[in-house]
Design a binder for this molecule. Structure first.
Ligand SMILES: NC(=O)c1ccc[n+]([C@@H]2O[C@H](COP(=O)([O-])OP(=O)(O)OC[C@H]3O[C@@H](n4cnc5c(N)ncnc54)[C@H](O)[C@@H]3O)[C@@H](O)[C@H]2O)c1
Length: 386
């Protein structure tokens, strides 16, 4: 292992001060995590590792952070919390290894690629007294939090339904190693679906039933950027998904999730008994919340009249959930982006995938407690751990 060389104290004796973080996975998203987490005083990023240690070295460059192999991170005595930002197909193995090493785990989405491995992971963590947190953490952002406050104060009446869409030509356009995004455990449903489905859980609670259809627009894709641009690879998952769902409280949603659309569009609307709310992009932390009242006598002919309720730009980004976890490690409690929410969302996605295969609706057996709202002004850059 290279980098910082000061001798660390064993984890057991570190009951105060910032929580020691080790990152596993030095790919595209690691830059956002590293760049954000080093600015958060409640955590201290100690080491980054990858099966390709050269990648870890390149990402550590410019930071006061050690680099090495995944074992260097797992075995580091100062690391209390592992941030697993490997590809989805490695999430179960890496997170399980972290729990085995006695570390709390933050995992990028999805929690794992299968319900069975996710269940085993949460069981192992609970038995070991360790926390699991799961992306997305965009729900910590002022955009989604404001949408929740507007609904909670009754501005749209009773929420009845939601309509969401994320459609664009696909991440092979910009990701230098996009193959994993078109393989089992990803595709649009498991890759960008978590942002929309998690936001729906925040707004409506547990899903109860889902049905979906899917298609694969292109059997092969071409890498669009980076050193391997032009290389072709095969697609093994549906790349266009149309899903309908019902929540335990009776509300319903319909969602389009597509890598097959020449049109790029993001839509998230919640229809209530009195008004409609436009929710900001759940893949971002900020954005403007807008509301339009129930149309009058001209009914279906009427144009919506949108009013901005509140707008706040992104004050922070990926890693907010890691900071929440760190605070829970020191002070007790459960992170908002909990393993339970991550499991429920995985269950919903796996059920939608099952519905695509069987052409049958699927009852969701997992449930999740209502996700608490954050106090206004919640800030991962604040120092709360001393
Ligand atoms: N790229 C994005 O814009 C983005 C945005 C949000 C979330 N994510 C999520 O972040 C995760 C990583 O995505 P990415 O785009 O950074 O991928 P990437 O392919 O760029 O990087 C993944 C890294 O993980 C390493 N890795 C794979 N298996 C490993 C293992 N078993 N042990 C240790 N290292 C291993 C790879 O060598 C690679 O360096 C995924 O879950 C993805 O859904 C990505």
């Amino acid at each position: 292992m290279k980098g910082r060389t000061t001798a660390p104290a064993p984890v057991e004796t570190r009951r105060s001060g910032p929580v020691g973080v080790g990152i596993i996975g030095a790919g595209m998203i690691s830059e956002a995590y590293l760049g954000n987490l080093v600015k958060c005083p409640d955590v201290r990023v100690i080491v980054i590792g990858d099966i390709d240690p050269d990648r870890a070295r390149a990402k550590a460059d410019g930071y006061d952070v050690e680099w090495g192999t995944p074992d260097d991170v797992l075995g580091h005595p100062d690391v209390e919390l592992i941030v697993n930002i490997t590809i989805p197909q490695s999430h179960a193995e890496v997170s399980m290894a972290a729990i085995g090493a006695g570390k709390h785990v933050w995992s990028e989405k999805p929690l794992t690629t299968r319900r069975e491995t996710a269940r085993a992971l949460l069981y192992a963590a609970e038995h070991a007294g360790l926390l699991v947190g799961v992306a997305p953490d965009t729900g910590y952002g002022p955009g989604l939090q404001m949408a929740r406050r507007v609904i909670a104060r009754g501005d749209i009446g009773t929420p009845l339904s939601a309509q969401t869409a994320i459609q664009y030509p696909g991440p092979d356009l910009f990701h230098p190693n996009p193959e994993f995004l078109f393989a089992t455990g990803a595709g649009p449903l498991f890759d960008i679906g978590p942002y929309y489905l998690t936001a729906l859980v925040h707004l409506f609670g547990s899903f109860s039933h889902v049905a979906a259809v899917g298609s694969t627009g292109h059997a092969t894709r071409t890498i669009g950027s980076g050193p391997r641009a032009g290389a072709e690879f095969g697609v093994s998952v549906p790349t266009h998904v149309s899903a309908i769902a019902q929540f335990a409280d009776g509300a319903v949603s319909q969602s389009l999730i597509s890598f097959d659309s020449p049109l790029s569009r993001i839509q998230f609307e919640v229809m209530g008994t009195e008004a409609t709310l436009s929710v900001p992009d759940p893949n971002r932390f900020g954005g403007t919340v807008r509301i339009t009242p129930k149309v009058g006598r001209d009914g279906i002919e009427a144009e919506p009249v949108w009013t901005e309720v509140a707008g706040e730009e992104e004050r922070f980004g990926r890693g907010a959930g890691v900071v929440d976890m760190a605070r829970c490690i020191r002070n007790g409690g459960t992170p908002i982006a909990s393993g339970a929410v991550g499991f429920h969302v995985l269950d919903v996605m796996a059920s939608m995938a099952e519905s695509i295969r069987t052409h049958e609706a699927v009852a969701i057996t997992s449930t999740v407690d209502p996700v608490p709202m954050l106090p206004e002004g919640w800030d991962p850059y604040e120092q709360t751990i001393v």
